[in-house]
Design a protein around this ligand. Sequence first.
Ligand SMILES: Nc1ncnc2c1ncn2[C@@H]1O[C@H](COP(=O)(O)OP(=O)(O)OP(=O)(O)O)[C@@H](O)[C@H]1O
Length: 230
Amino acid sequence: MTLVFDCRHRYSSGFVLDARVKTDDRVTAICGPSGSGKTTMLLLIAGLLRPDTGHIRLDEVTLNDTRERICIAPEKRDMGTLFQEHRLFPHLTVKANIEYGMRRRGNGGISMDQLIHTLELDPFVNRYPHSLSGGQKQRVALARAVVSAPRLLLLDEPLTALEPSLHDRITLYIEQVIQTFGIPTLLVSHHRQLVERLADRVIQIEQGTILQSDECVDDDYPLSRSITAS
Ligand SMILES: Nc1ncnc2c1ncn2[C@@H]1O[C@H](COP(=O)(O)OP(=O)(O)OP(=O)(O)O)[C@@H](O)[C@H]1O
């Protein structure tokens, strides 16, 4: 899997994102100060925001190309997303919430039972979101994001809404899911431990511009040196 991102987007607030990035099968973290454009990049990749100019390609598929007027709808991008808020459906059980991820994009070979087992959700499958803890809800949201074996998983601050006491456990669950099911991932997080634990590559962004692209970071480049965000 290769993602090519080359986009410019200006908000009405005056903020401009102007970034070029290429990622691969591994876990790539996007790090930078608050307001530097990390979430904006993920929104553009997910198709939830349209770039003013530029293109986004996932392997041979063009997701956006402003010159060609191509803009693929979010649900057709074959991506799993997990944002800060879990956004579970309150009227659906845990199982039905996870199955929703399959209905939208089909199941690309991930066993629902194995996923539920990996995330230790077995005791909760017939319960409703309101009766779950924050960490349990986040695990359900993660299951829903990956059940269709997406070509790319987008994680935006997956720990932020959780109590610090849950960070280690959820980090472990995310790591297990990504490794067990081999899902290429783009991670936005200011949690240094999560980034160090999960990321193979780090991209630095500041004021809408990439300071250091992943091509500059390789296995010989210590991750701790490449992270400036706390
Ligand atoms: N819908 C919007 N309209 C106008 N300005 C926006 C909008 N969304 C975000 N911005 C601005 O764009 C800039 C980048 O926002 P973005 O959410 O991408 O940053 P971020 O790096 O993810 O920040 P954080 O780490 O705090 O989540 C910020 O200055 C923000 O105020």
